[in-house]
Design a protein around this ligand. Structure first.
Ligand code: PMT
Length: 397
């Protein structure tokens, strides 16, 4: 997605400046072309040579250096950029940008650019929460600047709170998302993800291996394409994508309630969750003690959420997943018909690199008219966009 894209990376004088080296590496790894501008204070934390080496381009610091090309350098960099990223951005630089102050190479170039600007702040918590900083951020947001929120945690100064530079992956994701087509703008999409847990007693439950990676990747891809996303998630250990409405559930019944609450107001439902088909019929309020006897747990049927949606279906596009181990396409076709789906994504979970827990998947996608498309081993993020391409086609029919 970033291959050949021109990124101007502005680095300012924060202790997090060293992380900009990692950002440069991540962008270059995606084959983006990177040119770095540093403020004078940034050069006190990390040398221009580091960025020059990593980006394979000269680094601009001084406004009054001989221009490399015939054009004045800040103007040429401003025009060159497809996207302008400032990471880390200090309160000082954010304040200058909001006030229209252009007194060095970075602030002058950012003022002269027509490219989208992404700002990743990093500073002390009190500086970040200071109403003046927040006002400056609002001013820039109103003017179309994109922000990647800093994280909370222990800060370099020893304080705790929000102010730590966002994860490098999230910063690069934000840059990448600017180049993604917004063909789901105005659409509301409900995605389910992860396993359900069906409790036996306060310490035991029945569940499965779903990590939530497939569903979370779909939610993120839909968000990046402009959709309003409701993510109904079972218990997982991965972080949800920012900017989606997250509803956490444990059991299949809770997932059912959450999904039905939103169903009338969404354009599409993608059920990537691995919902337990059965639950223990009795729940013990106290921990069941070990005995010398075998233990029998009677299981009752859980509601089939997707089948219920298929029954209630109006204008919504319904997309299911099928995790299969045998008679893969036969079983998936049966589910597609029985649950009244528009499309089913079939993963043969016996294949290495497919299905539960891994970052990749291998799928066949079957539509209700019997058309089947095969997708080889690929990252779940990439696959999500392929699935959404097909979903968009169904939504405009
Ligand atoms: O989370 P990951 O680790 O990334 O793994 C991804 C995945 C393997 C979980 C995902 O790709 C996947 O295949 N999800 C569906 C797994 C599954 O439960 O399939 P199923 O064949 O049992 O169910 C078919 C469809 O009906 C699914 O869309 C399921 O969400 C839905 N269902 C199932 C049972 C039930 N009681 N209610 C349902 O709505």
């Amino acid at each position: 997605m970033l291959k050949g894209k021109k990124v101007v990376l502005g680095v300012t004088g924060s202790i997090a400046a060293y992380k900009a080296a990692e950002i440069t590496r991540a962008l270059v790894k995606e084959r983006a072309l990177v040119k770095v501008i540093m403020t004078a204070s940034a050069t006190r934390f990390i040398t221009p040579l580091t960025f020059q080496t990593l980006s394979n381009n000269p680094v601009a610091v001084d406004m009054f250096e001989e221009p490399v090309a015939w054009e004045i350098e800040h103007i040429s960099l401003a025009k060159w950029a497809d996207v302008f990223l400032i990471a880390p951005a200090t309160a000082n630089v954010i304040g200058k940008m909001a006030a229209g102050i252009a007194d060095d190479m970075l602030t002058t170039t950012v003022m002269a650019t027509r490219a989208p600007v992404v700002v990743a702040p990093a500073m002390n918590v009190n500086m970040y929460t200071n109403p003046i900083t927040q006002h400056n951020i609002d001013v820039l947001k109103q003017n179309g600047y994109h922000f990647v929120q800093p994280e909370s945690g222990e800060l370099a100064c020893g304080d705790r709170g929000q102010g730590r530079l966002a994860d490098i992956k999230d910063i690069v994701d934000c840059v990448r998302s600017l180049f993604i087509k917004k063909d789901l703008a105005g659409k509301r999409i409900l995605v389910t993800a992860g396993p359900t847990r069906e409790p036996i007693d306060p310490v035991r439950y029945i569940s499965n291996y779903s990590s939530g990676k497939m569903g979370y990747a779909l939610a993120k891809a839909a968000r990046d394409r402009g959709a309003e996303v409701v993510l109904v998630s079972g218990p997982v250990s991965i972080s949800p994508p920012s900017g989606v409405m997250l509803e956490r559930i444990n059991t299949a019944e809770e997932m059912m309630r959450s999904v039905l609450k939103h169903f009338d107001n969404v354009d599409a439902v993608i059920m990537a969750a691995a919902v337990a088909d059965y639950r223990p019929m009795e729940y013990s309020e106290v921990k069941i003690k070990k005995s010398d006897e075998d233990m029998v747990v009677h299981l009752g049927k859980n509601p089939d959420i997707l089948k219920e949606l298929g029954f209630r279906k109006g204008k919504q596009v319904l997309i299911g997943f099928a995790a299969e181990t045998n008679d893969v396409m036969l079983n998936a076709g049966k589910k597609l018909r029985e649950k009244n789906l528009d499309m089913i994504v079939v993963n043969d979970v016996t294949q290495p690199g497919a299905g539960f827990e891994v970052d990749t998947n291998i799928v066949n996608v079957m539509t209700r008219d019997g058309d089947v498309k095969s997708f080889p081993l690929m990252d779940k993020g990439e696959l999500s966009h392929m699935i959404l391409d097909l979903a968009v086609d169904l939504m405009v029919r």
